[in-house]
Write a protein of this length. Structure first.
Length: 92
């Protein structure tokens, strides 16, 4: 009985840790200039010159992006410094 209780407790702790780590992500909105376009990533330059790599989910087509325009982007960051694109819109 003690082994089952320990196993259930370990599974519960892992589940809680996953929930806490997932909730620690933050959202960032910025106007950026795209400097590099890859198949699943883009590198953007912020207004003050900071370059950031952002992973692009499959719902976005990176072939539609260009390096001459400025974009309003919303991306999520988590504690593992992974940036994932959520929204992107070309500014006029």
């Amino acid at each position: 009985m003690a082994k089952k209780t320990k196993l259930i407790l370990i599974i519960l702790i892992i589940f809680i840790v996953i929930i806490v780590l997932n909730s620690m992500r933050s959202s960032t909105t910025a106007i950026v200039h795209i400097t590099e376009i890859g198949k699943h990533t883009i590198t953007v330059t912020m207004e003050w010159g900071e370059k950031i790599d952002i992973k692009v989910p499959s719902k976005f087509d990176t072939s539609e992006f260009n390096t001459t325009s400025h974009y309003l982007v919303v991306y999520y960051s988590n504690i593992f410094r992974t940036n994932i694109l959520n929204e992107i819109e070309e500014t006029k």
